[in-house]
Design a protein around this ligand. Structure first.
Ligand SMILES: [Zn+2]
Length: 366
């Protein structure tokens, strides 16, 4: 079926290698995607620098958008929403493929199913390749949730849907109804910023954002935040909150993307009666946080966690971006400046500049 350029990651002490591989014949229920654009997620950067060990060799990149190039035998003809799929359609897809009949899938957690396959995280083997974003093509295997997306979306914004935005959709789902609630978002990196906008569009009464990074907090104001609480100024989060909360004494909902034990403990202390804490950012080994169980009981608090997301969250993420692309300046969050051939430069730029996202154009639109 021809050849395809891929960028191979072997280990943190070697640069990425641009090479060519043969596009294999599609197996049952597979779909070949011509990748158009990928953004580098924080977990890609962690693998690139060796902070996180991934099976290798691999093709990094799981925030991807592309167009359907070919259908394998028996491939799905409709997307998650029931829309028909045809060659040339621009689609997004879940970072996972897993058996929908597995125990965890049936419980709404397909990202934890036993046979989980994660795009951008798998080893290249003779039987399995073209599963990451830094490649001209991706092969979608069976049981991959797929959604056709609007042609009106800018490619860099479309690319962030299937990790950053979908994970935030999951966080907001787990947080419950935010209508009329006072919400605190901890950590204003890519996910935290999107969460501010999503909390706002889900009817939050007031949205507070806290971080130690003043620049990010300033940007968060363009994404629906009412008050920013910069915590490296020697003030405690509680003091800052009481100073800026216009008389409010507590918050209803806390969503943590920082993964910082100090931030999680401080923010947890701001929850009022019936409050909910959702932990998303703590995806790395760290000290245990201290929580006062008596306060959990007396204040009737709820603590939830979420890792990755499910197909419903992907659907919500697509709707959110399609409905809000003119309302929030999502494009500002992506530095759009590299080609597939410049993947090493893109990673080095991302690590040095610490932008929200760095984007890589793969195949120009046809
Ligand atoms: Zn990611």
């Amino acid at each position: 079926m021809g050849t395809c350029k891929i960028v191979v990651f072997r280990s943190a002490d070697q640069p990425l290698a641009l090479t060519e591989t043969v596009i294999p014949l599609l197996k049952e229920k597979e779909i070949l995607i011509r990748n158009e654009y990928a953004t580098l997620c924080r977990s890609d950067l962690y693998t690139y620098t060796g902070k996180r060990i991934e099976k290798n060799p691999t093709i990094l990149g799981h925030e991807i958008v592309g167009r359907i190039e070919a259908f394998g035998p028996g491939a799905p003809e409709r997307d998650l929403r029931g829309n028909s799929l045809k060659i040339g359609d621009r689609i997004t897809w879940a970072i996972f493929a897993s058996n929908p009949e597995s125990e965890f899938s049936k419980m709404g957690m397909p990202q934890k199913a036993e046979d989980l396959f994660k795009y951008g995280h798998e080893q290249i083997t003779p039987d399995s390749s073209l599963h990451g974003g830094l490649s001209q093509f991706t092969i979608l295997r069976k049981h991959t949730p797929i959604i056709k997306i609007s042609e009106s979306l800018a490619l860099p914004v479309a690319a962030i849907i299937n990790c950053a935005v979908a994970t935030v959709s999951g966080a907001i789902r787990v947080a419950g109804n935010l209508s009329g609630k006072n919400v605190l978002i901890c950590g204003t990196g890519m996910l935290g910023i999107i969460a501010c906008a999503m909390a706002r569009s889900n009817g939050a009464s007031k949205v507070f954002a806290t971080d130690t990074n003043a620049e990010r907090l300033v940007i968060s104001k363009e994404f629906g935040v009412d008050e920013i609480l910069e915590t490296n100024s020697g003030n405690s989060l509680k003091d800052l909150f009481l100073e800026k909360s216009d008389g409010l004494k507590s918050i209803h909902t806390l969503i943590d993307f920082s993964g910082s034990p100090d931030a999680m403990e401080e923010a947890f202390g701001l929850l009022g009666i019936g409050g909910t804490a959702v932990f998303i950012g703590a995806t790395f080994p760290q000290r245990k946080i201290q929580i006062d169980a008596e306060q959990v009981v007396r204040k009737i608090l709820t603590i939830k966690g979420l890792h990755n997301y499910n197909e419903q969250d992907l659907d919500t993420a697509v709707s959110f971006i399609e409905e809000n692309q003119g309302i929030y300046p999502f494009e500002k969050l992506i530095y759009d400046g590299f080609s597939l051939e410049q993947s090493n430069e893109a990673f080095l730029y991302a690590l040095e500049k610490n932008d929200f996202r760095v984007g890589i154009t793969i195949n120009s639109s046809k």
